[in-house]
Design a binder for this molecule. Structure first.
Ligand code: HEM
Length: 547
């Protein structure tokens, strides 16, 4: 009888040998990596059959294509090639989608908005740089906050605020006229970095309307708040955003970045490779918050900010202080907004309302500089209004038809916020595609705005007259999506548009705009906003009869 083969001796000690454990862990990690990056998207993902570009770089997907080209241009190319639903690859095999149809957009931003919030990494960055408020909350907290903020953006309040735009606007006109006069040949005008000047005027306006605080950075470039803001905005770039996302994914880093300890030890960041410019980030954030807190303290102490004083203080912070005072007077135990929360709300308006408006104004001037006929027609419309009253009110500005066409068209072709993001909080069909929970959805505003199916073959060109005769496929909410829509749509839309119009009336009535040199091309940044990277130099001359 043959003997049963004996089992090989197993040395149980070797199972716990560090090298064996390292092999197992390494093997599992390699498998996970190959599964996530290669196998899942190719063979198992429910999105594998959604049309889109080939998977791109194995580690970075389409990330580099997206950040190295002009904002949303790759998305536009893919929409043309693959249609209104496109799958792209993010970092390490993470799939991303975008949709262009009004039904899909309606589902994401309006009908099921609670299921499609901004992704956490985006909220972390926005919270740090723009305050924890409307941009970072969602659900019930967001509803409450938005309700508290809405009165500040009501039409009566905006009508009352329009006057506050004119001190900065007049200051800008004065400076530009004086600078042109100083030129050797004043009739030839002067080249101005228009984005820089639009940034100053927009910051002066938003500081006054948000805080009731006169920055006057037009005349005083060393104003502390203006300097801190400028420093913060200079850090806005694709690579810096990627670094910030990575850093903020480490728990506690957001609070640490805003702490006094970090501020005192920020020099240390300057010594580190890769993230050395975060020293400037910590510095500017600290200074902006300190100034904001001081302003809130002085407002709270200011007896003139009484609950029924709605005539003198129209800025957003005064409105909030008044509302809080009224709540506490009615019920001293009420759960009123804390000082920190209030500073965060106002910071959100400052951050969300300053660079966006400056960028929108700069691109409008660029487009007009390159379309002399539209510019001439605008001057013809605004000059009689301006001559009658250089400070036209809200209703007068709103009634100007060609101005409305120009602003709508500029925001359509070159939207200051070219795209935004959402994440699916549940697995659900959108436009016939089963979108798994956790999928990041890009909302490619610039592509939606220039979709040929709606706007025709010249969709990417600047033609203000199209707003006088809208195409049949035009949808008033989803065809020009520059402020998006739904509960997270821009709360400052009406303010931004009327502010842009007030600045344009004054500028176009007084000056002519032309490219700074022949063959000048535009340089939009690939960042959160599509600001002009070269500060947009334009040649500015006085209009003939005003020389
Ligand atoms: C031309 C100028 C502007 C443009 C193009 C613009 C665009 C946008 C866009 C696209 C969003 C949605 C972002 C997202 O959901 O991810 C947004 C949200 C927001 N905007 Fe604007 N914006 C402009 C001016 C302003 C101004 C002047 C203010 C305030 C004074 C402002 C305050 C906000 C706030 C608070 C939100 C968040 C709303 C919420 O989630 O409830 N914006 N804006």
């Amino acid at each position: 009888m043959s003997r049963a083969p004996s089992l090989p001796d197993i040395d149980t000690g070797s199972l716990f040998h560090p090298r064996f454990i390292a092999w197992i862990v390494g093997g599992y990690a390699t498998y996970l990596f190959i599964y996530r990056v290669v196998l899942y998207p190719r063979f198992f993902s429910p999105l594998r059959n959604v049309p889109g570009p080939s998977r791109g770089n194995p580690f970075l997907g389409h990330y580099l294509t997206i950040v190295q080209e002009e904002s949303c241009i790759p998305h536009r190319r893919w929409a043309k090639a693959y249609g209104p639903v496109v799958r792209m690859m993010g970092i390490l095999g993470k799939e991303r989608l975008f949709f262009l149809s009004p039904d899909a957009l309606q589902q994401i931003v309006a009908k099921d908005w609670l299921e499609y919030p901004r992704p956490q990494f985006m909220r972390d960055v926005l919270g740090l740089v723009a305050g924890y408020g409307l941009l970072t909350t969602t659900g019930e907290d967001h509803k409450q906050l938005r309700k508290a903020m809405n009165p500040a953006f009501s039409v009566p309040n905006l009508m009352a605020q329009t006057d506050m735009y004119y001190e900065p606007i007049d200051g800008l006109l004065e400076i530009m006229k004086a600078e042109i006069k100083k030129e050797a040949i004043p009739e030839a005008g002067k080249v101005f970095p228009m984005y820089e000047w639009m940034g100053k005027v927009a910051l002066d306006i938003i500081c006054d309307t948000a805080f009731g605080y006169k920055t006057d950075c037009l005349h005083n470039p060393h104003n502390e708040l203006a300097v801190a803001f400028e420093q913060l905005l200079q850090l806005q770039s694709g690579p810096n955003l990627a670094k910030l996302v990575a850093i903020l994914s480490i728990p506690g880093t957001s609070s640490l970045s805003r702490s006094q300890w970090m501020y005192r030890h920020r020099w240390f960041l300057g010594k580190l490779p890769i993230i050395h410019n975060f020293e400037k980030l910590v510095d500017s954030l600290y200074r902006i918050r300190t100034i904001s807190r001081e302003m809130l303290r002085s407002k709270t102490a200011d007896l003139s900010v009484s609950p029924d004083d709605t005539t003198t203080k129209k800025d957003i912070m005064s409105l909030l202080v008044r509302a809080r005072k009224a709540d506490l007077d009615a019920d001293p135990t009420a759960d009123a907004m804390s000082d920190t929360a209030m500073v965060d709300q106002v910071l959100t308006f400052l951050a969300a309302g300053h660079e966006t408006t400056a960028t929108g104004l700069s691109w409008t001037l660029w487009l007009l500089a390159n379309d002399p006929e539209s510019q001439r027609r605008l001057r013809e419309e605004v000059t009689p209004i301006y001559e009658e009253n250089p400070h036209p009110d809200y209703r007068t500005i709103k009634s100007l038809t060609w101005l409305d066409c120009v602003v709508n068209e500029s925001l359509r072709v070159l939207p200051p916020v070219p795209l935004t993001l959402r994440v699916a909080n549940k697995t659900e069909y959108i436009d016939g595609v089963l979108v798994p929970k956790g999928t990041v959805i890009t909302i490619p505003i610039r592509v939606i705005n220039t979709w040929k199916d709606v706007w025709g073959d010249d969709a990417e060109e600047f033609h203000p007259a199209r707003w006088l005769n809208l195409p049949e496929a035009y949808n008033p909410i989803f065809s020009q999506f520059s402020f998006i829509a739904g509960p997270h749509g821009c709360i400052g839309k009406t303010m931004a548009v009327s502010e842009m119009k007030a600045v344009l009336v004054a500028l176009v009535a007084n000056f002519e705009f032309a490219p700074a040199y022949p063959g000048q091309v535009r340089h939009p940044a690939t960042a959160i906003t599509m600001k002009p990277e070269d500060n947009m130099p334009l040649r500015v001359t006085r209009v003939a009869n005003k020389a």
